[in-house]
Write a protein that binds this ligand. Sequence first.
Ligand SMILES: [Zn+2]
Length: 99
Amino acid sequence: MSFALQGTMSVSVEDVATVITTVRQSAGLSKRKLAIAAGIEPSEVTRYENGDRVPTLARLRLIFKACGYELVVQAERVAPWFDPCGCNRIGCPECDALS
Ligand SMILES: [Zn+2]
């Protein structure tokens, strides 16, 4: 399973939380069982799934492995980002309209 993020440089806290819940539920694991398998505190799993905390990539990899998945991070080189409206922000609607 891979989560490819296209056209963006980051994933929001809520998105990571949803991914963890989805992967855990698809494995049929309770939060507690996932925590034991991944060697982390059950409260930590709850924090991740509530979006209160974002796991490191290494920790996320462990969580995926405990659920029977390999985490694949995919980055595709696309046309370099430029800043047509001068706002210096990726994802600005004005820049997108000018691109
Ligand atoms: Zn802009």
